[in-house]
Design a protein. Sequence first.
Length: 276
Amino acid sequence: MNNMKILAVLFFAVVILPAYLGVSYGQVFGVANNAQVPPALPMTVMTDKISYSDGEKIIISGTVRDQMPGNAVTIKIRSPNNNIVMIGQAPLSDGVFTSTFTVGGNLWQDAGKYEVDVRLGNKSAVTTFQFDGYVPSNTMRVDGTDVMVSYKIVGGQLMKISPNVQTKSLVLSITATSDGSLTMVLPRSLIDSQSSGHDIPFTVLVDGKVVEHKEQSSASDRTIIVSFAKGSTQIIISGTRVIPEFGPAAALIFAVAVLSILMVLSKANAMTRFHH
């Protein structure tokens, strides 16, 4: 009787259980015994993110098998309506290619799924990403100055820009109807952030809380990209110096002050001559 029980247990462990679990002998997890690993794809392509906003950088990379030295892959990006919005090339190095482009512009009007098509000879690969849609540029004068700044805002509206000389910052009033982002080009003549002659990041606060942001620099200006949440009302950009120029009101006040001083001096001179 005991022998029958032992045989039943062995039969279950050796035959029934492996069949139930889909396991067969002579296999390694994921690769069959003595089987060849599938060869690499002739060509691959990928993007560094799955979604982008207007003005962001997109990194497109991939691999090509059995490439010839000196070859370059052709990259095309198509909009949701199948129009080509960008075309370029990326050189190959040891079978690997990578290239960086800026998404957005007049051709990128539609929001939706964009397709990346890469080709080299008879090899090709395709991937996709989401784009939020083109956002037109706007300009706004900074209060108390003659400086106009260029900006793009998604998910809200920029209402006012005011400099704060004491805190070396710009105070931006916004109305955020949804989660969104603000891209603003800041002239170095207006605000900058440096230490020992080198750029250091601005400090950015959204409704009083320090937030991460992106920056791009050139010799004349610095572009800042800030994300905000629905309902946000204020963005503060702080640097190491703010230099507001004299605006029309300040110039008028200065002119009136100068004229007043001249009138007082003229009157004083007249009184002096009278007494003499």
